[in-house]
Design a binder for this molecule. Sequence first.
Ligand code: ATP
Ligand code: MG
Length: 448
Amino acid sequence: MGNASPGKSDPAAAYRAAVAVIERLAAKGFTTYLAGGCVRDRLLNRTPVDYDVATEALPDVVEGLFPGAMTTGKCFGVVRVRIDSEEVEIATFRADHGYHDGRHPDSVTFSDPKTDALRRDFTINALFMDIGKDNRIIDFVEGQRDLDDRIVRCVGHPATRFKEDHLRMLRAVRFTSVLEFQLNTATADAIREQAGQVADIAAERIRDELTRILTESPRAGDALMLLDELDLLEPLLPEISAMRGTLQPPQFHPEGDVFEHTVLMLNEMESPSPRLAWAVLLHDVGKPPTITTDTDRIRFNRHATVGGDMTVEILRRLRFPNDDIDFITACVRGHMRTMDVPRMRRATLRRMVGAPTFPVELELHRLDCVGSHGELDNYDRLVAFQEEMANEPALPPAWISGGDILDMGIQEGPQIGHWLRKAYEAQLEDRFPERASLRAWLSEQIRG
Ligand code: ATP
Ligand code: MG
């Protein structure tokens, strides 16, 4: 899941690589600037994810100047070069023409800086920086003003820009939420008008944008509300949209409905991994379809199990890799087990703490409490048990093997598994100090 946000290992090296590229092109007399997101981020004192260079040199010329350049995007005027293991994207100033698939231009023509600024999505993303001239900013779209006022606004006519490329609707939400900016009203209105089209974007792109929104926004819950206010949530994740208005018993959930509870939890996350963020978003997705109100109070019987099945379906639809689906689903399916912690047998606790999902499950549980009644008793119990297990593996290698059980006179077959489980359970319960006494006990059990 790391590919959602391709962070550079060394931001300083990435910048040096971009400077080296610009200097080589400038030395040949080509106007060449830093462009787009990296300029925005530098002006905001943020570390850019990647550096893009824009130049008047044509792609063939760029390729000639940088032997070994990668030219997969050359028809769009983009050439990638690697300098000291840092990748820099060099794009020739261009105009994009005729979007017919709602995502890509049909053709491009090479142009000048102004035309290149006008094809970009948002004014804050359309700035150039001339590093050869004291980092002078070149601004054709009043992007600096919007950066100062903290506003995300389309370059040009919003409805046209979103019609050209539907992905820009999600990028608008991402920049607004991650930078904690305001979304310009005309830009927001245009998104609402076209929100239904968001489902036409390739599932992988939706997945990556949503993951970045959830993991990079300081308040991911507010980002979810923004998606909802812009009518993007229903077409993307109708199952999450259904949580709005799904009431909960006030004695356990004084904070409100399932949607509000999830928003609170998302807002409480701190630098979450993608897996945690998705587990938080989906943990109660089984509540809307399982709600019953005909008993003494509102109940959601089996909502974690139902939610687990729904999670598989949603994450498959978004083309998540199988290991992510398994991991996140295990967190959703298991999230109610924490209720039983005070009564849990030692072996069960050890299995829980020893599972690879445990660190994420523990944080999910903490957020679940913080986002509702606020009681952390079971969380504290789990942390204490985890500390108790700090110096020994929670799930150690088994002392008893299948061979031992055959030696005790059991025939090959399902009975072997039965006795192996019994032996391991006793081992996890710490009922015996070492292998010999466990073996002796088991042998006695088998003889009956
Ligand atoms: P980040 O790298 O943090 O995701 P960014 O703004 O750098 O943000 P990139 O995807 O790296 O985004 O793209 C670099 C620049 O290319 C953008 O700043 C913008 O000017 C332009 N751009 C990218 N995607 C689009 C798009 N879908 N439509 C129009 N312009 C775009
Ligand atoms: Mg970028």
